[in-house]
Design a protein around this ligand. Structure first.
Ligand code: 6PG
Length: 239
């Protein structure tokens, strides 16, 4: 596990953008699963503002680790957020954007998306393998849309599952833990003081931290990088 700690959200966004562009440099094709929520907004803005014309985006295929079961026009849609902050500012072919169809029946969409991943990606022992999975972490230690109250979804046999937000009851389609841990690399983008307690529990593997889905992220490749700001890293043991 590699911890990269930066001053604030802006610096996390800048440093991760440089890191991602560096990863893309020598690749013919690159399959990346995006995360949703608010943190990626600034990352996508920085990526677009600094690298719109400097990257051959036609070699990048964009997927999502999870999506809310809402229409693409809904403000809750991770796809809508990504269009506003990234796709509207870079030249990426439409056919490279592989949306989870939030407007469809969740169970059917989970099956369809799992099939799409199995067709589009190389498979390791039958499990679709992303080049990179980008994850956020909720204040409750959830990641993608695997929440603590449904942690059993992490080990679901299906590669895509239907999850339920614990507070709103909103349905979501999410990749499962096997797909996450099969990725060549996983990057967490976690910022803000509200994350500090769970970051410390998960990184320092404290008692009971295995109740948090984010603690189960442990890619077989060994390539796990946390991009943190100082607020989110504030409780980490400094020794
Ligand atoms: C989502 C995300 C979710 C997110 C965390 C952190 O669809 O909401 O995939 O897992 O990454 O909730 O969100 P913030 O970055 O907004 O704190």
């Amino acid at each position: 596990m590699d911890l990269k700690i930066y001053k604030d959200k802006q610096e996390v966004a800048e440093q991760f953008s440089n890191y991602l562009v560096d990863q893309l440099k020598d690749k013919e094709t690159f399959h990346v699963a995006l995360s949703g929520g608010s943190t990626p907004k600034i990352v996508f803005d920085v990526l677009a503002d600094n690298f719109a014309g400097k990257v051959d985006w036609s070699k990048v295929h964009f997927y999502w680790g999870d999506e809310r079961c809402v229409p693409p026009s809904d403000d809750e849609s991770n796809y809508k957020m990504t269009v506003e902050h990234l796709f509207s500012k870079i030249d990426v072919p439409e056919e490279n954007i592989h949306r989870i169809l939030g407007e469809k029946d969740p169970a059917n969409e989970a099956m369809r998306y799992a099939n799409l991943l199995e067709i589009n990606l190389d498979r390791i022992e039958g499990v679709p393998q992303f080049d990179l999975v980008i994850l956020g972490m909720g204040d409750d230690g959830h990641t993608a849309s695997i929440f603590p109250h449904e942690i059993d979804l992490w080990d679901a046999k299906d590669h895509c599952v239907v999850a339920t937000h614990p507070d709103s009851g909103q349905k979501r389609v999410s990749i499962n833990g096997k797909v996450i841990n099969t990725a060549k690399e996983v990057v967490f983008l976690v910022t803000g003081a509200s994350k500090a307690e769970k970051v410390e529990a998960i990184v320092d593997k404290t008692e009971g931290s295995d109740a948090y889905p984010a603690s189960l992220v442990n890619p077989d490749s060994g390539n796990l990088v946390w991009f943190l700001d100082e607020e989110a890293a504030a409780k980490l043991n400094q020794n």
